[in-house]
Write a new protein. Structure first.
Length: 566
């Protein structure tokens, strides 16, 4: 995989369009964008791309960017989603100042717009059922058929629409439709629905309304009310642009320019809010912020940084054609960022007891450890060293395979920040034969930083002092889906058939070094040789819980896999 290295924000077709609009003084040289999420779920990494694009363009061109919730469907929207979206965008580092809006702010004005269209003969109340409307709509190869209600008088339409608002009718009894062209090649122009009856309590307006505008009707008019100049949206709205323009032209109001770009697609990842909701509601994950979820909240809990996500979104650029980005590229930017900011510590995930027989029993040394070799300003810390240690169980093999540089009977290895040791004896469980303890010797003249010239070994192991270690739970996360394209399934199945049933492994007997006592949720570390980890909010006094953010590259794992595969 080729990693982009250009550190300068490249131009793209959207920025070119905006630059030309400024040059021609369109919109009086203003640039005003908006990010318009629907509060029916948590934001995901695809939204992050749109957030970075809209707020980024506004900043680059000296303009403004609004945050507006398109809250037009009370049956799926919740205040919880609003709060999570606001928190996610702030966490990413963006600020809308005093420009926080809701489509529901404009419900009265949108109703007035609908009345205007009825009076102009451009909208009518229809009593066809949803199924009948779909049937009349036609297909890509066959024109639609006009509704029997299409030619109702203006007076009758105004009366019915007012009674719809007054709550006289049940859900689905009537809808308000735009009167455009039932023979249009674009199905979106075949008399689309503008309002429907929904007797549902809205999270902001309560029970004031029982009719709600559709997204297609509310979106463009909300853009217009706010003075938006460039309405940037994903490619699936390209076929909706003629409708967006039609409403604005018929109402003769401020007309923003809609521009579409290709949405973000990531391998091994689902970025459909409907499907993510399904994973949450059906219990496949532990909530919207589960670290396996591609939500911004999930990434934050897993230990991703806003800087890395912004960098990723900038480097992948903006395109007009759909493509899929390898998730390894996102992980690359996470590693790159954490490498600069994460404190190096030692943790043992699968402990094996190790006794240094010739080390004084009651002695404890405080060894100096560098916190981050990439940043001298992060300083050093003291790590306790004693006679009894824990090492990683995978760091001992009997018999050792070829090119094995870790511990084995009679083999030597260096303990990080400490001494060279040699494995002298192995203790096994009498019943199972499992290795339960190693007895080693150490060379006191091989202390790190003081080693004799020419005294070297190839393997370096991490460890923790048994007397000082802190108990911890560690959650190891893998990709949530097995296939590059989770929707690649056989007939009769859906994306859930590709779920990775082993995407979470929880280790409860881990040991971490004493410097991590009191580590706060959200703190990020590099566990030496194991990867990057983040303290989970589930942590409490006396209980540390870590999530693996992303693994390190493990050369031995590749060799071992090759050996297994012959």
């Amino acid at each position: 995989m080729k990693i982009p290295t250009n550190s300068v924000s490249p131009s793209d077709f959207i920025r070119d369009i905006i630059g030309e609009d400024i040059k021609t003084n369109k919109y009086d040289g203003r640039v005003h964008t908006r990010f318009p999420p629907e509060p029916n779920g948590y934001l995901h990494i695809g939204h992050a791309k749109s957030i970075c694009l809209n707020f980024g363009i506004a900043k680059e061109f000296g303009g403004l960017c609004n945050l507006r919730f398109d809250d037009t469907n009370p049956t799926k929207e919740q205040a919880e989603f609003v709060e999570s979206i606001i928190g996610d965008i702030r966490w990413l580092g963006f600020d809308w100042e005093d420009r926080l809006f809701y489509a529901s702010d404009y419900f009265d004005k949108l109703y007035e717009f609908a009345v205007q269209l009825i009076k102009k003969g451009k909208a009518y109340v229809d009593s066809l059922t949803p199924d009948e409307i779909r049937e009349h709509r036609g297909t890509l190869t066959e024109p639609g058929r006009e509704s029997p209600c299409r030619n109702r008088s203006v007076e009758e339409n105004l009366d019915l629409f007012e009674r719809m608002r007054a709550g006289e009718f049940e859900d689905g009894a009537y809808v308000l439709r735009a009167k455009i062209d039932m023979s249009s090649a674009n199905l979106n122009m075949r008399d689309p629905v503008m309002y429907r009856i929904l007797h549902a309590t809205h999270h902001r307006t309560g029970d004031k309304w029982c009719i709600y505008p559709t997204y297609d009707f509310a979106h463009g008019q909300s853009d217009s009310i706010e003075g938006i100049t460039h309405s940037i949206c994903t490619l699936e709205f390209e076929d909706h642009r003629p409708l967006y323009d039609w409403f604005l032209d018929q109402l003769d109001i401020h007309h923003p320019r809609q521009i579409e770009f290709a949405r973000l697609n990531l391998s091994r990842t689902i970025l459909s809010k409907r499907k993510l909701r399904q994973l949450v509601e059906e219990g496949y994950v532990n909530g919207w912020d589960d670290p396996r979820m591609p939500t911004i909240s999930g990434f934050r809990r897993r230990g991703y940084t806003p800087e890395a996500i912004r960098d990723f979104c900038e480097r992948i650029g903006v395109a007009k054609n759909e493509s899929t980005i390898d998730i390894a590229l996102l992980e690359h930017y996470i590693r790159q960022d954490l490498n600069k900011r994460a404190t190096r510590v030692m943790a043992v995930l699968r402990p094996l007891r190790l006794v240094i027989d010739n080390y004084p029993e009651d002695s404890v040394e405080e060894l100096v450890a560098i916190n981050n070799p990439e940043d001298a300003g992060m300083g050093t810390r003291k790590v306790p060293f004693s006679r009894v240690l824990y090492i990683e169980r995978d760091d001992f093999r009997e018999p050792p395979p070829k090119k094995w540089f870790r511990l084995a009977p009679g083999r030597e290895a260096r303990l990080k920040h400490a001494y060279i040791i040699k494995c002298e004896r192995v203790v096994r469980d009498e019943k199972t034969g499992e290795v339960i303890e190693l007895h080693c010797s150490y060379d006191p003249e091989t202390k790190s930083g003081e080693a004799k010239a020419g005294r070297k070994v190839k393997g370096t192991l991490h460890w923790v002092s048994a007397a000082h270690a802190i108990d911890a739970e560690v959650r190891l996360y893998d990709h949530l889906f097995l296939k590059e394209n989770p929707d690649d399934v056989g007939e009769g199945s859906d994306f859930r058939a590709n779920l990775n049933l082993h995407s979470l492994e929880t280790l409860t007997a881990c040991k971490v070094e004493s410097s991590l006592a009191g580590a706060k949720p959200g703190s990020r570390y590099q566990f030496f040789r194991l990867g990057y980890f983040c303290v989970d909010p589930d942590s409490s006094d006396g209980k540390l819980v870590f999530n693996r953010t992303v693994s390190l590259r493990d050369t031995w794992a590749k060799i071992e896999e090759a050996l297994r595969n012959g």
